[in-house]
Design a protein around this ligand. Structure first.
Ligand code: SIN
Length: 542
């Protein structure tokens, strides 16, 4: 089916999370005609669910001895040898300015009576440097402030429009975006720059901290447009979502790591400490270590295979005021954290890899930009440091808008006529089946046999379909993302960061390298040669 309607802009931003709205607002300041498009409502993205906060070392308010250099060091340690050092340094150094800009846009952070910001601590951080809002409602406040600024700034927001494909010129540059409107009618948003800020893909698993919109759409769209992805095997599982019973599905309430940062400890049904002796930082070890330790503990639990442990926060005095979101979720589940240990389990949380992008959002496809969780800048490596993602969205969102403006100014990108604005066909697997096999065989603890099972199940059950509805776009994206993950995870015969193999349990020095994925012309994800595959990578990714 061909496109039946058209709108024009200089820049189309896909997604209304922190990265997308920050980019849109900055682009507007720079005088660009911006259009923001989202498949749901403006505030339906992942940002609003973020709890912990923004990791940042402000010049005038930090722990004694803390510094940007130490924040960089903690990020590199958490990333388990796969971060891009230069990306880490530049994004983290830009943090204080990014937080100042966000506050100027109206976001209100929790502050002490003297005006200095409250700070908490999360796993992998060597200091209290996570600033927060509304106690544990940081994402909600960031989203509120940015959406308000977007509306106040009259940046057009097209809700209930799902991005299907980049449309391109005969020479392969982006000329716009093919979308389906709320009635499923295809149209083209003609623009020389399309910025993907579509977030993650937690819905690839049965239980996740992510909302229903997190289906990997941007990753699949970018791959179909010819971009390259990297580090897709590294899916971070948050150690503690609220356990609400066997067989939880969809978005599970998060129990922020800051609860452990402020004294809570993980225990099993017998009261024994889960993290004792596992890591020098115990309950505040990096997230991959804690999630894997809980998974092992559950498998070896005194009652045989178990599916949750407990977070003992009974020693914390002010849960209801300090962590109102967590407290409310516990109350809804009949748990009083002042008295009862909170039942918790790991769940899919964050895609550490994504579309290979510079810290300015440029991908290997002219006119296609990516920021936030959909992008792989090299900040996260094999395991993201807690609360570095809002930071990345703020810093890289601003930079991407500036990159688009610069690319337009020098004529590197320019308005052009699109070819081929017809709905594409792509491989689609059944979502329920995909979630089941991914959760069973490709979560924490993978092996060759299980990964092969996922590969075969996806191969036999995938059917090519025209992407004529939001559901099909999402299912195709989940299928592509899952196949990309399986290809990369099968190849990586070691355990590193969030990629835990039960048949290759050690980290291997020969695997201290990133793996790239691209699509074949038939839409099959395959591993790609790092040097040939992508100009952004050629500039220095390990
Ligand atoms: C949390 O609050 O534990 C999650 C924060 C994050 O994922 O960065």
């Amino acid at each position: 089916m061909a496109a039946r309607w058209e709108a024009r802009a200089d820049l189309v931003v896909v997604g209304t999370g922190v990265a997308g709205l920050t980019a849109a607002l900055r682009a507007r300041e720079l005088g660009l005609r911006v259009l923001v498009v989202t498949k749901a409502a403006g505030d339906d993205g992942n940002t609003r669910w973020a709890q912990g906060g923004v990791a940042v070392v402000m010049e005038d308010q930090h722990d004694p001895g803390d510094s940007v250099a130490r924040h960089v060091e903690d990020t590199l340690t958490a990333g388990a040898g796969l971060c891009d050092d230069a990306a880490v340094a530049t994004i983290i150094s830009d943090g204080p300015a990014a937080v100042r800009r966000l506050r100027d846009r109206g976001a209100v952070f929790d502050a002490k009576p003297d005006g200095r910001l409250e700070r908490t601590r999360e796993g992998g951080h060597s200091a209290f440097r996570v600033v927060h809002a509304g106690g544990d409602a940081t994402g909600a406040e960031v989203e509120r402030a940015l959406l308000k600024a977007t509306v106040d700034g009259r940046v057009p927001l097209l809700e209930n429009h799902v991005a299907v494909d980049a449309v391109k010129t005969p020479l392969g540059a982006v000329a716009g975006l093919l979308v389906l409107d709320g009635n499923g009618v295809p149209g083209v948003l003609t623009a020389p720059a399309v910025l993907l800020a579509t977030g993650g893909l937690g819905q690839m698993y049965q239980a996740t901290s992510n909302p229903s919109v997190a289906t990997g759409d941007g990753l699949a769209l970018a791959l179909r447009a010819g971009a390259v992805a990297a580090d897709v095997e590294f899916i971070q599982f948050h150690p503690t979502v609220l356990y609400t019973g066997r067989g939880a599905r969809g978005r599970c309430p998060l129990v922020t790591e800051a609860v452990r940062g402020e004294g809570a400890v993980l225990v099993d049904a017998t009261g024994a400490r889960v993290m004792k002796g596992v890591h020098p930082l115990e309950d505040l070890a990096p997230r991959d270590v804690v999630a894997a330790a809980i998974t092992r503990h559950m498998a070896q639990g005194p009652g045989g295979v178990d599916d949750h442990v407990f977070l003992d926060a009974t020693a914390l005095h002010d849960m209801a005021t300090r962590f109102p979101t967590v407290h409310a979720a516990c109350a809804a589940a009949g748990v009083d954290p002042a008295v009862d240990p909170i039942p918790v389990a790991p769940a899919a949380h964050f895609a550490c890899g994504g579309v290979v992008s510079s810290v300015d959002g440029r991908t290997g496809v002219t006119g296609l930009y990516a920021v936030g969780e959909v992008a792989r800048t090299g900040l996260h490596g094999a395991n993201r440091l807690a609360s570095n993602s809002l930071l990345e969205g703020l810093v890289c969102g601003t930079r991407a808008a500036e990159a688009v403006a610069a690319d337009l100014a020098v004529g590197f990108i320019a308005p052009a006529r699109a070819v081929d604005a017809v709905l594409p066909t792509a491989p689609v697997a059944d979502r329920d089946m995909l979630q089941r096999v991914m959760s069973r065989y490709a979560a924490i603890g993978r092996d060759a046999e299980g990964l092969a099972v996922v590969g075969s199940v996806l191969d036999v059950s995938t059917v090519d379909k025209q992407l004529e509805s939001r559901e099909l776009v999402e299912d195709a994206a989940l299928t592509t993302a899952a196949r990309a993950l399986i290809a990369a995870a099968q190849q990586r015969t070691e355990s590193r960061g969030c990629h835990v193999r039960t048949d290759f349990t050690e980290r291997s020095p020969s695997w201290q390298r990133t793996q790239l994925v691209r699509l074949t012309p038939t839409g099959q994800p395959v591993l790609a040669d790092p040097v040939l595959a992508d100009p952004v990578l050629a500039e220095g990714v390990a």
